[in-house]
Design a protein around this ligand. Sequence first.
Ligand SMILES: NC(=O)c1ccc[n+]([C@@H]2O[C@H](COP(=O)([O-])OP(=O)(O)OC[C@H]3O[C@@H](n4cnc5c(N)ncnc54)[C@H](O)[C@@H]3O)[C@@H](O)[C@H]2O)c1
Length: 345
Amino acid sequence: MHSILVIGAGSIGERHLRCFLNTGRARVTACDTDPVLLQTIAKTYHAPVATDWQQAIASGQFGAVVVCTPAPFHVPMATQALQRGLDVLIEKPLSQSLAGVADLIALRDATRRRAVVAYVLHVYPLLTQAREFLQAGELGPVLHATCTSGQYFPGGRPAHAVPYAKTYYRDRRTGGGAIQDALTHTANWMESVLGPTDSVLCDCAHQALPEVTVEDTVNLSARHGRVLVNYTLNQFQAPNESTLQFNTARGSVKIELHHRRWGSFRLGDKDWTWHEVPAADRDAPFQSQANRFLDLIEGKSAPMCSLEAALQTLRFNLSAIASAETGARVHCATVPDCLQNPPNP
Ligand SMILES: NC(=O)c1ccc[n+]([C@@H]2O[C@H](COP(=O)([O-])OP(=O)(O)OC[C@H]3O[C@@H](n4cnc5c(N)ncnc54)[C@H](O)[C@@H]3O)[C@@H](O)[C@H]2O)c1
C-alpha cells in the first residue's frame, strides 16, 4: 500500500485524493492551510489530514506527494519533496515562471526519484489512439492543425469549493487566466503529437467571466516546426466542447472529445470513419492517472508528462502571454520570464 500526501486539498486536490483512494492501492492524507476545508475532507472521505506540508514531508510517513496548490508553489514544494526522497506528481502548469525548474530537473536526476506533471490528457485512450494513428504515418506528415475548445469554467468546480474568482485563477501571476489554466492542457498534448512549439502569436481578452479581469478567451497561431497550428478557446461558452483536427496532404484526423470519438478522412473518402470510446465519468481519467503514477513509482513503465515536456509547455504559456502583451510573435526558446514575481496566492 502506498502512502500519498496530497498538498492543497481544494478543487483538484480533493479529486486526486478521491481518485488515489479509489485505486485501492494507496492511503491518502490531505494537507491544506484551510482548516474548514480539511474538516469537510476528513468527514467525507474519512481521510487523515495535516496543516503543515513541510512537517508532513519530513515525517517519514509518505512515499510520494501530489502537489495541488497554485502554480507559484509547485516548484518549491516539489523541490523540497524530492530533497526528502519522495516521488512527486505536480499539477499543471509546472509553474508560472522558469525560476527553479532547471534545478528541479537536476534534483530529480540526482535523487533518482520520479517527478512528473499531471497533464491529464496523456491518459485519455481516445487521444492516445489518435496520436498513435497519426504517428504511424499512414497519412503522411501533419501540415496544419486546428484546436477549438470551450466550456463554462465556473461550473467545473465542486459546490463546496472556493469560488473560482477567489482562487489563483484571478491573476496570471498565480497561474490564472485562460492561457495557463486551460489552453496549456491542449498545447501540452499537441506538443506530444507534433513536437515542441517554436513560436506563437497570441491575441486574448477578458470577454465574459464575472468578477475577474484576467483573459477568458484566446486566439493563438503557433508554429511547431513546419506545422501551422491554430488554437481558439474560451471559458464562458455554454457547451463543453473540444475538437482537434490534423490535416495532411493525404487526409485528415479529427478528434471530438465531447463526442468521445476520433475519425480519419482520406483524400477521396465520402465521409469520416469514426472510432468511438465508451463514456466515462469525470473521475475516470484522474483515476487512470493515479494508477499510472503508482505504476511509475513501482518501477513499471507508465507514460506521463515529463518535467522536460512540462517545461516546454511552460515556455509556450509564457510566450503566449508575452505575445499577447506585445502584439509580436514570440519564440518559445527565448521567452522572457514575465511572471516571475508572484503575489501570495
Ligand atoms: N488537471 C486539471 O484538470 C486541473 C483542474 C483544476 C486545477 N488544476 C490545477 O491545480 C492547481 C490547484 O487548482 P485548484 O482549482 O484545486 O485550486 P484551489 O484554490 O481550489 O485549491 C488550492 C488549495 O491549495 C491550498 N494551499 C495554498 N497554499 C498552501 C500551502 N502552503 N499548504 C497547503 N495548502 C495550500 C489552498 O488553501 C487551496 O485549498 C492549479 O495549478 C490548477 O491550475 C488542474
